[in-house]
Design a binder for this molecule. Structure first.
Ligand SMILES: [Zn+2]
Length: 122
């Protein structure tokens, strides 16, 4: 689920004693609407309004608006997909290629032999 835990919220409040309210603003991960989520400690617990805050890895926050959080409380598709391809004879993650090779990768075309109308060439 990756929702920020109550313990983590308490830790953040302890780390920022000067801030009576914690807030996150940005875009909803699912619908891209502007979201501002606030967390305010009160006598009966921490009140969260405006949406949901996810922290799948420490320090990396994602927001969801209330509507999207109600529709699907699970944070999905937030990790970058590592793509490997062949470069100068080796299979390496494209993200680690130099700028010139990455530009060349973006120009590569993918062909699907099953769509060939000229018959099997093998
Ligand atoms: Zn949304």
């Amino acid at each position: 689920m990756h929702l920020m835990s109550a313990q983590r919220l308490c830790d953040l409040f302890e780390a920022h004693p000067d801030q009576p309210t914690l807030s996150w603003s940005g875009r909803c991960h699912d619908c891209q609407a502007k979201v501002e989520v606030t967390a305010t400690p009160q006598s009966d617990g921490i009140h969260i309004s405006g949406g949901a805050v996810y922290e799948p890895t420490e320090g990396r926050f994602f927001l969801k608006c209330d509507a999207c959080h109600r529709k699907d409380p699970v944070l999905r598709n937030f990790q970058a997909c590592e793509v490997y391809s062949r470069v100068v004879g080796y299979l390496r993650p494209v993200a680690q290629w130099n700028d010139g090779k990455q530009a060349e990768f973006s120009l590569r075309k993918t062909f699907d032999r099953s769509l060939s109308v000229a018959g099997d060439l093998s």
